[in-house]
Design a protein around this ligand. Structure first.
Ligand SMILES: Cc1ncc(COP(=O)(O)O)c(C=O)c1O
Length: 402
């Protein structure tokens, strides 16, 4: 006999370290934009495993590439040359202005690599003792000790002090604060072009260009965290490309393996010289299995022109959101985002609305308590977007007066 949902919940409480507040669902299968729970209930996925399964769940071509690779070579370690790693590095560097790639397994690891490279580059190449990383309030860069210290949200840092030294935050959209914060000890600035966990908040073009200019003027590195925004999510391959930015380093993870764990840090060749054999490593980083998946993901993104299609879907979503906001001005504060990275900020706690959406078969998530964050697979259809907005309206009706 299979376990009941209550038994699964109990086992989870017993066996899993309690770091997650889980949704009340046991998902057993997923295909394209649909999730299926253990009772056969279907959900339309507006979250993609938090911007991971961006081509849709179990995309048949990615599945085939993984199957073929699994039968040939899964892992051999970075002690060896690996053709699959070169293929993915070539495909990644062809999409941007950077030249070299360090492979790892997650977004936090990619950001750790970026921090380490910034420090070591300053020492080894510039002969400088600069070490400090400046990041922004409301940012999110990961959960390791260094990346949570760079993260501009105190709730992520609570209980973990003493935090590592060499990190400092400034308010976003305030260039003079950034200018004041830069000292002889500053090695780099890191930011997200759209702050994801911070509430889906795009930074302005003027601010982003201003940060880049300041970094160049002061001779410090410009690092961009593309972990959530990258790989077409915002309607460009990399969010920084909307503004013609040229970072020294950027990081990627989430959607790169369409579900397999793979991350990467890209750097210009001159900055990458900060590392040397032995200075950084990851056992699993860029093994043949995940790199084969990553190459297939990039091939499909480009072949199917998904960035352009995401921009078209963004236009539809924003039109529908605007109309909804006009009908519900007292419930919807703001609709924000870029491409298929969308946020609907409510005027009060969004928990009940989120729950109503879930009960009606739509999965999204709630950030900062009031913002519904939508990160659908790029295969989401116009009809599914319309269905979401219609259902959101029903959810607003059902929760009136809460
Ligand atoms: C912008 C950003 N950076 C870094 C991370 C951390 O990535 P991971 O959970 O893969 O370590 C996330 C995760 O949500 C993210 O959104």
């Amino acid at each position: 006999m299979t376990d009941t949902f209550e038994q699964i919940r109990e086992q989870d409480r017993e066996l899993i370290v309690p770091t997650y507040a889980r949704y009340p669902l046991l998902i057993t299968r997923a295909r394209d934009t649909r999730l299926v729970d253990e009772q056969g209930g279907e959900y339309i996925d507006f979250l993609s495993g938090i911007s991971v399964c961006n081509l849709g769940h179990s995309h048949p071509e990615v599945v085939r590439a993984i199957q073929e690779q699994a039968e040939t070579l899964i892992h051999v370690s970075n002690l060896f040359y690996q053709r699959e790693q070169l293929d993915l590095a070539r495909a990644l560097t062809a999409t941007c202005s950077l030249d070299q790639v360090f492979f790892c397994n997650s977004g936090a690891e990619a950001n750790e690599a970026a921090f380490k490279l910034a420090r070591r580059y300053m020492r080894q190449v510039r002969g400088s003792s600069a070490y400090e990383i400046i990041s922004l309030r409301d940012s999110f860069h990961g959960r390791t000790l260094a990346t949570l210290t760079a993260t501009g949200q105190s709730k992520v840092q609570e209980g973990f002090d003493p935090l590592p030294q060499g990190f400092r935050q400034v308010p976003p959209e305030d260039l003079s604060s950034l200018r004041e914060a830069v000292t002889e000890q500053t090695a780099a600035v890191m930011l997200e072009v759209v702050q994801g966990e911070g509430g889906v908040r795009p930074l302005s073009r003027d601010y982003l260009l201003g940060v880049q200019e300041l970094c160049r003027e002061k001779g410090i590195l410009f690092l961009i965290d593309e972990v959530q925004t990258g790989l077409g999510r915002t309607g460009a391959m990399w969010a920084h490309q909307h503004y013609g930015l040229t970072p020294d380093v950027f990081t990627v993870a989430k959607g790169l393996g369409n579900g397999l764990p793979v991350g990467a840090m890209l750097a210009s060749q001159s900055v990458a010289q900060g590392f040397a054999p032995g200075s950084h490593a990851a056992t699993f980083g860029g093994n043949p299995l995940v790199c084969r998946a990553g190459s297939k993901v990039l091939e499909i993104l480009q072949r199917d022109d998904l960035c352009r299609r995401n921009r078209e879907k963004q236009d539809l979503a924003f039109r529908l959101f605007r109309e909804l906001k006009e009908r519900w001005p007292e419930r919807i504060r703001e609709c924000r985002g870029m491409g298929l990275m969308l946020g609907i900020e409510l005027t009060q706690s969004g928990k009940e609305v989120w729950q109503e959406l879930l009960q009606r078969g739509y999965v999204c998530n709630l950030v900062q308590g009031t913002t519904l964050r939508l990160l659908p697979p790029f295969t989401i259809t116009e009809e599914e977007i319309e269905g979401f907005v219609r259902t959101l309206e029903l959810a607003l009706e059902a929760t009136e007066g809460y």
